[in-house]
Design a protein around this ligand. Structure first.
Ligand code: PEP
Ligand code: MN
Length: 664
């Protein structure tokens, strides 16, 4: 049983509550759980829940219909996000852990760390104590192996996860591991769960090969009830009658567990299938089914591996898998997590010699996940731009809601916000011209990043509203445009445009309306406590909005040899090491034959690809147009600069808006 305490409970009331519960036969433990302080009461006590609920300092008694409580979504409705140094697991990101099955030598773990890091893994895995089916098989390097892996993790900026097989070893392993793994064979080793849970570190809990989902969640409950609040569930295949693959990945467990529990769920495709060629397809299926991440076995030379070689990916296969995940992520409304690489590691990678890792000075700061940057967006909390900020900057970022796109540009220009997030284009409804116009009016603002967000619109109303009770629908005009087919079926509804989608939801909650609905995202419905009447009402499910991250150009910050590509504008954390591959420009052309053609020829002759060309009337100049152009950046900066120099001579009002890494 879980008792959620009031925020202002006095220590006296807390003591009274503890005695009340102990007298009735419960063991009591105080814990922080999400945003709440709770008392967890376990054991065979009995109590009148109504009496307990009325005691001073009790906010509510969370009683679930399930045998597990701390792990249940009924106790905590929002997703748990586990932080391990710079890595977060849970929410709308996909976090990939990779490494060998077992640590075999210092060289092997260093080499693997370098390879998986370069492909985008954010955590390093490797077993030092291996629970092998045969007592004659390689059992692992023990503590020495862990020391090697910690060194590799530090050198490449990756927290490490390793399996703990006995309660006695757990304490000893503490300083050398960032997350404990409980292996499938030990899922119901309750003494181990209690000991590891009490240490408070994040735990990756594998599902037992013949454990039901309920048994798995009860094992998670053991960990949570023993003290840790950070448990990640890992589906790794179960025993079925099928013997072709090593196990059978229970793919349906992913959506089931995500519904039953707030804990993140990741998938281990390697142990699930046991066959190298089948690992990547199954990994992609897991992402499509809603997994929050993966743990994948990779070996530089799998044929030489001391354990699980046949299921370990070659580095090239892992790299391809990471690229596929990056492309798939936005389809399921997620983004592949990237974390900053320590500068020393970049040097090591460039040199191509991971053995030079001695020069490591581990410049990454574990635990420095708090992000105090302020980022402005137009709308209210829960708006799509707000979600784009979370995607780019994380949940801890300070989001500043303002009331118009112009206010976003002003906030960034005046330094009230370091960055801004503005929508520029939607795949169904087209460009957001207002923002293009603002770029022209604010020459000191540059584009420094791009984010593409899949937009799923919902019709949102009061708890007792239905399609029949609705008479008015509120949303941003873009929301109406993207849901045109759905709205056309209801000509009786009056459409009321608002400044932003989340603001429409907020207004319904504020005014307590039952005849009015809003078109907005699921997050806004949750945030303002309203009901989703219908989900997925956008005309086409391939509905994406492209956002630009903007910041202020700083004079004096440009490179010594000025290239247009370096605008001097501050880059968001994690973007510093990205090489820009896309740029946006705006220009108008003289009103004479062939003038646009001459511009395009400059690009074409230098092999510069154009991904967008749009014309827009110039205000105050009837029948004259500005062209918005998105182009690729060739590997050689010089070629790009020359093209832009030449373009300037053929155009009027040329404006370079910024260079950034294209979001897939
Ligand atoms: C492992 O991750 O190396 C491992 C032994 O996995 P499991 O416990 O899922 O078999
Ligand atoms: Mn293995």
């Amino acid at each position: 049983m879980v008792i959620v305490l009031s925020k202002n409970i006095s220590s006296h009331d807390k003591e009274q509550l503890r005695s009340f519960l102990s007298e009735r036969g419960f063991a009591v433990r105080e814990q922080v759980f999400g945003d709440d302080d709770i008392l967890g009461a376990t054991g065979k006590g009995s109590v009148d829940i109504r009496e307990l609920s009325l005691l001073p300092g009790v906010e509510r008694v969370a009683q679930t219909s399930k045998p597990y409580e701390l792990a249940s979504r009924e106790t905590k409705s929002e997703d748990t996000i586990v932080t391990i140094g710079p890595v977060k697991i849970g929410g709308s990101r996909i976090s990939v852990i990779a490494g060998p099955c077992a640590i075999e030598s210092r060289e092997q773990i260093m080499e693997t760390a370098a390879l998986v890091r370069e492909s985008g893994a954010v955590m390093l895995r490797g077993g030092a104590y291996k629970p092998r089916t045969s007592p004659y098989a390689f059992q692992g390097l023990g503590m020495k192996g862990l020391e090697y892996m910690k060194e590799a993790g530090d050198a490449y900026g990756m927290p490490i996860v390793t399996e703990v097989v006995s309660p006695e070893l757990a304490q000893q392993m503490m300083p050398l591991t960032d997350m404990f793994q409980i292996g499938a064979r030990n899922m119901q080793n309750f003494e181990l769960l209690k000991k590891v849970g009490s240490l408070g570190k994040p735990v990756l809990l594998k599902r037992g090969p013949s454990a039901t989902i309920e048994e798995w969640l009860l094992s998670a409950e053991y960990l949570l009830a023993s003290g840790t609040k950070d448990v990640i569930l890992c589906e790794r295949g179960i025993r079925t009658f099928e013997t072709y693959t090593r196990n059978t990945l229970d793919i349906s467990a992913i959506p089931v567990v995500r519904k039953l529990s707030h804990l993140p769920v990741i998938v281990d495709p390697s142990h699930a299938v046991g066959i190298r060629a089948k690992v990547s397809p199954v990994a992609l299926a897991a992402i499509a089914a809603g997994a929050n991440g993966l743990t994948v076995e990779v070996h530089p030379r799998p044929e030489e591996a001391l354990s699980d070689g046949p299921q370990s990916l070659y580095p090239e296969q892992f790299e391809k898998l990471m690229r596929d995940i990056e492309a798939l992520a936005p389809v399921v409304g997620k983004e592949l997590l990237r974390t900053p690489m320590p500068q020393t590691a970049e040097r090591i990678l460039v040199q191509g010699g991971f053995v030079h890792a001695e020069e490591k000075q581990a410049t990454h700061e574990h635990g420095e996940a708090k992000n105090t940057l302020r980022i402005a967006f137009s709308g209210e909390s829960g708006a799509y731009a707000d979600q784009a900020i979370i995607r780019a900057f994380g949940e801890d970022s300070e989001r500043m809601a303002v009331s118009s796109f112009k206010s976003v540009f002003d906030a960034v220009l005046e330094g009230k916000a370091r960055f801004g997030m503005v929508p520029i284009e939607n795949s169904l409804a087209g460009s957001v011209h207002e923002n293009y116009d603002l770029f022209i009016r604010y020459p000191d603002i540059a584009i420094v990043g791009e984010i593409k967000l899949r937009i799923v619109h919902c019709l949102i109303g009061a708890k007792n509203a239905s399609l029949e009770t609705i008479r008015i629908v509120r949303s941003h005009p873009q929301g109406f445009a993207q849901c045109k087919e759905f709205l056309d079926k209801h000509p009786e509804w009056t459409l009321e445009p608002t400044n932003d989608t989340a603001g429409a939801v907020a207004s319904i909650a504020r005014e307590n309306l039952t005849d009015t609905a809003a078109i907005a995202g699921e997050v806004a419905a949750q945030l303002y406590g309203l009901k989703i009447i219908k989900e997925g009402i956008e005309t086409n499910p391939l509905n994406y909005t492209r956002f630009f991250i903007i910041s202020r150009r700083e004079v004096g910050n440009e490179m010594e040899v000025p290239s247009l590509l370096h605008t001097g504008a501050a880059l968001p954390p994690g973007y510093e090491s990205q090489v820009p591959n896309k740029a946006s420009i705006v220009f108008s052309t003289p009103n004479e034959p062939g003038s646009l053609f001459a511009c395009l020829k400059i690009l074409s002759e230098r092999g510069i690809n154009m991904s967008k060309l749009e014309s827009r009337p110039i205000p105050g100049k009837p029948w004259r147009y500005m062209f918005y152009v998105d182009i690729s950046i060739p590997e050689e900066e010089r070629i790009f600069d020359l093209a832009m120099e030449e373009l300037k001579t053929k155009t009027e009002d040329f404006r370079f808006l910024g260079a950034y890494r294209a979001s897939l």
